[in-house]
Structures are given as structure tokens and as C-alpha cells.
Write a protein that binds this ligand. Structure first.
Ligand SMILES: Cc1ncc(C[n+]2csc(CCOP(=O)(O)OP(=O)(O)O)c2C)c(N)n1
Length: 636
């Protein structure tokens, strides 16, 4: 290919205005497009971080889809959407791709707020089949003709919501293509019976490819080769029909056509099978086998690390280390859980496909029989925890705040109502940062506080995280413990953990003018805000509330003796700790100026966590500013 003025080889992707441009390209040119996209993803993500392994694995699938479809008339619904970087690059976002996951830049997930090519705000697993079915039903009711395709991973399709959708798809039989992107991995190696089924299907496709090459090699090679061919044909019946089905019995038995597994890195093969699927007038599964991290050795070697990764060295694949010397809240929780589990064999741990992310890997290694990974099945996980508790165990479920939203019903009915001894440890509570709006952990303080019988703690340090877990396991009954993404202000203490008295806060600093009632991640900024205010002659007391439920009535009542009661929480205000404090003040008939600080009534988008918190006025300067302004209004 000709070189441009700077001596660089011009890329095809730079000339692509819309995915329709792919229609004019040959398969070889499309393969080149795929390798250009791959290089771009690696280059950009090495600066921004991101979902590298999943996106690299899906490049050819997405190129082939756009080569066969006419988007945005045709619709592609991505499940989770973390695999869709190629889609972003092909749909007009190449020029802004270097802003991936940055504040005011493009999102790491598809979102209709960003592009007409993005059908729905992906981010939570297992919802794409429902959305695709909805699109198909709307199309059929209104006489449309667009193709509807959904791309879903082998782990996400095992989620309950996907199965609920499949159940209806089997009955409605709409024209719909489901691309099953099967790489054998969730974030970690995939788990569960369905995953075993896919393994057999992949084996069968490998078996058939190898067998075909062997048959070709033996053809016309004389009598010995003929005898081998006869024997192989006999074996084929046994192997293919008994041991190795070529299409999915699970989905076929639901009446959904399943096309045999196809190599998801072979553009020609992908286009052929997609054309076949698009011509079928009914629901069809295209089973695409891919390698997570394909084409980038470090990601292929360590796909779990490169699932969602921070900035890394492009040449070596080495990931940038955190600057903090103290443990993250996740690590503090993981260590605290190990200590509790060593002391009490009834302690069990559950994750829904997030063993590493929730800090449970050390527990899983030390207590494999007491550890369960249910896969992407949050509702089941909480039901399972309720059952374990009923059986005499002390289950601890570790889960991200945003994903616990899936299981509020189980938390309410299966756990809180019968007062089960279940501890739900809510990680990534508050602003999560670069994963953005779909992963925002802004709501758990509100949705846990509303549930009767559930006690809710938000620790502000590593020591407090250990105490909170110890308290929950010692007192029994349903508990939620919520903590943010990021580092603790302290080291993990050596000393034994304390049992806290329910609803008792800790006074950290005395002061007469203002009372700063902070919880969890907001305690440190509140202390710094008190320092800033002191420089201006404003004396602020700081209380670590510790308990979001029950709230410390005495501390809140005492705070009313100052000129201004301020509550500070990393959660939305509706139903939060601040509203709880206002309620107590009202019940006590205390009339005092108040200020409730928290996250806005909005879906906070992506960016660096610290920057976003500052934007929300939840850093030390922001808190001091709000207090100053409020005091100014009061004194005027
Ligand atoms: C409801 C929910 N639970 C957990 C997650 C976290 N998560 C993101 S991707 C992923 C694994 C998805 O695996 P798969 O669908 O096979 O896609 P792959 O990454 O292998 O391409 C998980 C568990 C999520 N996004 N949504």
C-alpha cells in the first residue's frame, strides 16, 4: 500500500465515514480493518484503561456484522457492551476514541446518549435478549423490516434475565439473530452447567474441523487409508451424535435454530454464517467461538487481568501500579473475611462472577469448599445465601452496589423478612469512575435503608471495615456493609476486631459552630473540610456516623446544638442518610438550619472518581464551600 507524506501507512479505518462503507470492502480488506481496529484499541486503552480482552475478542464479529448489516436502520444490541469498542470505532467515534472513559469523553459502553448506532445503555449483563425481543416485537407490530441482532457472551447468556427472554423468544419466534460470543470466559473462567454445554459444542466444532482435515489428507492414499476412513466414519456417529452434539440441544429444544460453532476470528466464515442466519425467518443463534484478548499476547495470556484494566505498557503489557500504600476497601474486606472464616467455619462466601473484583480470591483459595461463584446470577446468589443461612451457615455475599440492584427483591423477602444471618458486602458503593452511569453505586444507601430488619453500616477505614464485618457476623441477622472503590486511609490493623453497638456513631472532632455528620467514604473529606473551615475561624465538629441504619439519634440530636447540621454521604439524597437525619430532627421537634450533601439526582457519567466527587461538591473544598455559603445565608 502507498505511504502518505509522513511515511505512515494510511489506514482504511480513517477513511470510514459510516459502517456502510464496509459493504464495498473484500474479506481481505475487512481483515485489515479488523487488525487496524485491534491496534487502535490496544493503543488507546494503554492510556485510558478499559475492557481490553473482551473488546479484542469481538473485533472480527463486529466488523462482519457491520459488513452484513445496514446500521443504524438495522439494530445491534450489545449485552454488557464492554466488547463494543470496534463498534464505536466503526460508527463515527474513531476521532474521539482517545477520550474513551474520560470525563466528557466517549463512554466505555454503548449508550444512545452518544450515538444513534447505540440501541440501549448497555452495562449490566443479560438484558440484551429482552431489549432485542422488544425491538423485534415493535418492528413486527409496526410493519418494519429491519434486522435485529444481539451480541451476548457465554457467561451473560446464563443470567436469569436472558433465560426469561429466551423463554418468550421460543414462544413468539420473532425474526431475530442472537450472536453467542463464546470464549469460555466470564471475567474469570466461566462457571455452571451451560458453560459445560458450550465447552462440548466448542469441542465438537474443533473435532469436526480436525476430522475434515484428516479425511482430506487420507483421501486417495491407498487401501490402508481407506480402512482408516471406514473406521473413522464409524467413530463419527458415536462421537458426533452421542458425545459431541454439533448444535446446542438446549436452545434447539426451545425451538431456536442453532447454527454450528464458527471461528469468530475468520471474517469470511463469519459473514457466511451471518448471511445464513439473517435469511432465517425466526430466532436463530449464531455460535461464534472467540479468544478473549485475541491478537494481543499479554491479554490472551492473562485475560482476567485484561478484562477491565487500567493504563498499561503497550509493549510489555505491564499494568500501572496503584500509587497508594494502604489497602483498598476491597482488600481490607477480603482480609477481614479471611480472619473471620479462620475463626468460624460457618462463614461462607458467595460471588456472582466477581471473585477478583470483590476481593474474594484469597478466601476462594483458602476455603474452596466454603466458596461459591454462581456466575452472573445476582438474584440466585441472594436466594442461595438465604438458604445457606437457613441451613446454619453464615453466608457473606460480596457484590457491587450497581449489581445488587438486580436482587433487591431477594434482599427484602428472602433475607430481611425472615431475619436471615446474611451479610451483604456492597463494594463500589458511590461513584465508580470510568465505568460511568451504568455502574454508578449511588442508590444502595437508599434502597437498603428502606428495608425493615436490615442493618446498614458504611465503614470509613480498613479498621472500620474489619469491625463492621465482625459486628455483622457477631450480632447476626441481615446486614449490609457498603464501601467505596479506592484506598482506605489506614493500614489493616493487627488487633482483633471490635463489635460495635448498633446505631452508635463516633465523635472524631469537637466544634461548636457546625456539625459535620459524615458516613463512610465522606468521613475523610469531612475532617479535611473541618480543617479548612478552622482556618476561617469556623469551628466544626465531625461525627463518623458509621451506621446508616439505625442512625444515631443521640448524635443527631446533639448536633442540633450547633448553628448548622450538615450530613455528608456518597449516595443520592432521596431516602439517604441525610433525609433520615432530617426525619429524626423533625421527630425531636428540633428547629436548626440543615444542609444535606450527597450525590445529585442524576446518572453521574464516567471520569476519574476524584474529579467526579469534586464536581459533586463532595471533596473537602466542596464541603467547606457549601458550609461557608450556607452559614453566609444564615447570618445574612
Ligand atoms: C448484572 C451484571 N453482573 C455482573 C457484571 C460484571 N461483568 C461484566 S462483564 C462480565 C463477564 C461477561 O462475560 P461474557 O458475557 O462471557 O463476555 P466476555 O467478557 O467473555 O466477552 C461480568 C461478570 C455485569 N456487567 N452485570
Amino acid at each position: 500500500m502507498a505511504q502518505d507524506k509522513q511515511g505512515e501507512i494510511p489506514r482504511i479505518i480513517d477513511a470510514i465515514q459510516s459502517p456502510r462503507d464496509l459493504h464495498a470492502l473484500t474479506d481481505d480488506e475487512l481483515a485489515l480493518v479488523a487488525s487496524e481496529i485491534r491496534a487502535q484499541i490496544i493503543d488507546t486503552a494503554s492510556h485510558t484503561g478499559g475492557h481490553v480482552a473482551s473488546s479484542l475478542g469481538a473485533v472480527e464479529t463486529i466488523v462482519a456484522l457491520h459488513a452484513e448489516l445496514d446500521c443504524p436502520h438495522d439494530r445491534i444490541v450489545y449485552d454488557v457492551g464492554h466488547q463494543a469498542y470496534a463498534h464505536k470505532i466503526l460508527t463515527g467515534r474513531l476521532a474521539r476514541f482517545d477520550t474513551l472513559r474520560q470525563k466528557d469523553g466517549i463512554s466505555g459502553f454503548p449508550t444512545p446518549l452518544e450515538s444513534p448506532y447505540d440501541v440501549h445503555p448497555s452495562g449490566h449483563a443479560s438484558d440484551a435478549l429482552s431489549v432485542a425481543l422488544g425491538l423485534a416485537k415493535a418492528r413486527d407490530a409496526m410493519g418494519g423490516n429491519e434486522n435485529i441482532v444481539t451480541v451476548i457472551g457465554d457467561a451473560s447468556i446464563s443470567g436469569g434475565m436472558a433465560f426469561e427472554a429466551l423463554n418468550e423468544i421460543a414462544q413468539e419466534r420473532p425474526r431475530l439473530v442472537i450472536v453467542l460470543n463464546d470464549n469460555g470466559m466470564s471475567i474469570a473462567p466461566n462457571v455452571g452447567g451451560l458453560s459445560q454445554h458450550f465447552r462440548e459444542l466448542r469441542a465438537s466444532s474443533t473435532y469436526r474441523t480436525r476430522r475434515r482435515s484428516l479425511l482430506n489428507a487420507l483421501a486417495d492414499k491407498g487401501p490402508a487409508a481407506d480402512a482408516a476412513l471406514v473406521m473413522m466414519n464409524g467413530m463419527r456417529v458415536a462421537a458426533k451424535n452421542i458425545l459431541l452434539p454439533s448444535t446446542s440441544m438446549v436452545f434447539e429444544s426451545l425451538g431456536i435454530t442453532c447454527l454450528s460453532p464458527v471461528d469468530g476470528h475468520d471474517i469470511s466464515a463469519l459473514r457466511r454464517v451471518l448471511r445464513e442466519a439473517l435469511a432465517i425467518n425466526g430466532p436463530t443463534i449464531v455460535h461464534v467461538t472467540t479468544r478473549k484478548g485475541a491478537g494481543y499476547e499479554p491479554a490472551e495470556r492473562t485475560p482476567e487481568l485484561f478484562h477491565g484494566v487500567g493504563p498499561f505498557d503497550k509493549e510489555t503489557g505491564e499494568v500501572a501500579k496503584s500509587a497508594s500504600s494502604t489497602p483498598t476497601f476491597t482488600e481490607a474486606f477480603g482480609e477481614a473475611l479471611l480472619r473471620e472464616a479462620r475463626a468460624d467455619k460457618r462463614v461462607m462466601a458467595i460471588t456472582a462472577a466477581m471473585k477478583e473484583g470483590t476481593g474474594l480470591a484469597p478466601f476462594a483459595a483458602e476455603f474452596p469448599r466454603r466458596f461459591t461463584d454462581v456466575g452472573i446470577s445476582e438474584e440466585h446468589a441472594l436466594g442461595l445465601a438465604a438458604g445457606m443461612a437457613a441451613g446454619g451457615a453464615k453466608p457473606v455475599m460480596a457484590i457491587y452496589s450497581t449489581f445488587l440492584q438486580r436482587a433487591i427483591d431477594q434482599l427484602t423477602i428472602d433475607i430481611a423478612l425472615p431475619q436471615s444471618d446474611v451479610v451483604v458486602c456492597i463494594d463500589r458503593a458511590g461513584i465508580v469512575g470510568q465505568d460511568g452511569a451504568t455502574h454508578l453505586g449511588a442508590f444502595d444507601l437508599s434502597y437498603t435503608r428502606m428495608i425493615p430488619n436490615l442493618r446498614v453500616i458504611a465503614p470509613s477505614s480498613a479498621a472500620a471495615t474489619a469491625d463492621a464485618l465482625h459486628t455483622a457476623l457477631t450480632l447476626g441477622g441481615p446486614f449490609a456493609i457498603r464501601y467505596p472503590k479506592g484506598s482506605c486511609p489506614d493500614e489493616m490493623p493487627e488487633m482483633p476486631s471490635q463489635t460495635w453497638e448498633p446505631g452508635v456513631s463516633e465523635l472524631l472532632r469537637t466544634g461548636d459552630d457546625v456539625a459535620l455528620l459524615a458516613i463512610g467514604s465522606m468521613v475523610q473529606p469531612a475532617l479535611k473540610a473541618a480543617d479548612l473551615l478552622a482556618e476561617e475561624g469556623i469551628s466544626a465538629c465531625v461525627v463518623d456516623l458509621r451506621w446508616a441504619k439505625p442512625l444515631d439519634r443521640a448524635a443527631i440530636t446533639a448536633a442540633a446544638e450547633t448553628k448548622l447540621v450538615v450530613t455528608i454521604e456518597e449516595g443520592v439524597l432521596a431516602g439517604g442518610v441525610g433525609e433520615g437525619a432530617l426525619d429524626i430532627l423533625a421527630q425531636e421537634r428540633l428547629q436548626v438550619p440543615t444542609l444535606t450533601l450527597g450525590l445529585p439526582d442524576a446518572f453521574v457519567r464516567h471520569g476519574v472518581r476524584g474529579d467526579l466527587l469534586a464536581d459533586c461538591g463532595l471533596d473537602a473544598e466542596g464541603i467547606a464551600r457549601s458550609v461557608r455559603e450556607r452559614l453566609g445565608i444564615i447570618s445574612n
